[in-house]
Design a binder for this molecule. Structure first.
Ligand SMILES: [Zn+2]
Ligand SMILES: [Zn+2]
Length: 387
């Protein structure tokens, strides 16, 4: 279970309260007790002063005065703190040295730079720049302000960190848990979460298209099979946005009923905002689509938005981590990602054989697009297509 690999802290350690909406650990360092997200936010807003969660930068003097009072320190200590914590102390070049942001000086005393240097060195051979910065996508948007006031995140808005795990269809996924991490606001609906999940099984194309390769994109699974659900705390949240959507949770609910399990209920994902959910932080829940493509979903943090967060609502759901997956290359050019596989193919070195679009068409069709020879062709969508 992924939660074991990544112990997370519930957003609050206030455990003495009798309120059910303030999470406590259910299992130490693993997951919290269930709580209602919206009520949890209300508990925070009740206890905090508006300036605590305001996006306006506070006045430095009054901040320092409050800090000194809260910590019980005098002016002398404050002066020392000011100099030790000054941004200038983070400079690693001496005054007369030329500053090059790309070069880490050889004898830097800054721990972050020493760590970065070590990380770059050890990971250079096995990881490329995508992997190196896979956890740092949020840096690109930190503190980003919207162009118009209307797109600004409201103060007191919740931000949830949500991990969506890749379906465990491969043996090696038992050891490695590739996932994407999204930041979403409390007012997002589960349908918006669904739309933000990129899964290759939504893009699969079913059918044999050797005679009509240009028709293939019209048969994407996402457009044909729109049903999906999330499962949180005994409730199946079904996607019912389109007339062709079905309640695919009913089979499970009926089965559970016939086997004397506690009853499950259903709701619509498009009508459910994240603040309406009752969940445990750090606990694995389920997202299921395309019939049986199952992803674990773990909410790892629920907190109030801060002025250093990305404040542009247009950029949410915000991707902050993405695993890169190996791609399968074309067996002819070995350069481009495979887009087609063929069987019973007289031109292919193996059966089945993977081709990129260019090689596939060059080898199997004449200039007028007429099929050459005898073969069956199926569109192939690589799981690394989202890298
Ligand atoms: Zn999937
Ligand atoms: Zn190729």
């Amino acid at each position: 279970m992924a939660a074991f690999e990544q112990p997370v802290e519930p957003s609050s350690n206030i455990s003495s309260s009798s309120s059910n909406n303030i999470p406590d650990y259910e299992f130490m360092n693993l997951n919290s007790t269930p709580f209602h997200i919206g009520s949890f936010r209300d508990e925070w807003l009740e206890r905090l002063k508006p300036e605590d969660f305001s996006f306006q930068p506070g006045d430095q003097d009054s901040f320092e005065a409050r800090f000194a009072a809260a910590m019980g320190v005098g002016e002398e200590t404050m002066t020392e703190l000011r100099s030790v914590c000054s941004v200038d102390s983070l400079l690693c070049h001496s005054g007369d040295q030329e500053r090059d942001p790309e070069v880490v000086p050889p004898n830097t005393t800054l721990k972050t730079l020493t760590h970065r240097k070590k990380k770059n060195k050890t990971q250079k051979c096995t990881r490329n720049r995508h992997d190196l910065y896979a956890d740092e996508l949020d840096r690109l948007t930190a503190g980003r302000l919207p162009d118009t006031k209307a797109n600004q995140l409201p103060e007191g808005e919740l931000i949830l960190t949500i991990n969506i795990y890749f379906p465990g269809t491969m043996e090696k996924f038992n050891h490695l848990r590739p996932h994407t991490t999204l930041l979403m606001t409390g007012s997002h609906t589960l349908a918006e979460l669904r739309d933000a999940v990129c899964c290759v099984s939504d893009l699969q194309v079913c059918g044999e298209f050797s005679s009509t390769p240009d028709m293939a994109p019209d048969f994407m699974s996402k457009d044909l099979f729109k049903s999906a659900y999330f499962f949180f705390e005994g409730v199946f949240y079904n996607d019912m946005r389109y007339p062709e959507c079905q309640d695919i949770s009913s089979t499970t609910i009926d089965w559970a009923k016939s086997h004397n399990y506690p009853p499950f209920s259903t709701a619509k994902m498009e009508d459910t905002r994240l603040v309406d959910l009752k969940v445990k932080v750090g606990f694995p829940y389920l997202y299921c689509h395309q019939g049986d493509c199952e992803h674990l979903v773990i909410i790892t943090d629920v907190r109030l938005a801060h002025h250093s967060d990305c404040l542009d609502t247009d950029l949410y759901p915000l991707l902050t981590h993405k695993n890169r997956l190996m791609t399968q290359k074309c067996s002819v050019c070995h350069v481009f990602i495979g887009r087609w596989y063929t069987t019973r193919d007289q031109f292919a070195p193996s059966d089945p054989c993977l081709f990129c679009d260019k090689c596939f068409r060059m080898l199997h069709y004449d200039k007028e697009g007429k099929k050459l020879g005898d073969f069956l062709a199926y569109p192939y969508v690589d799981r690394g297509a989202f890298n």
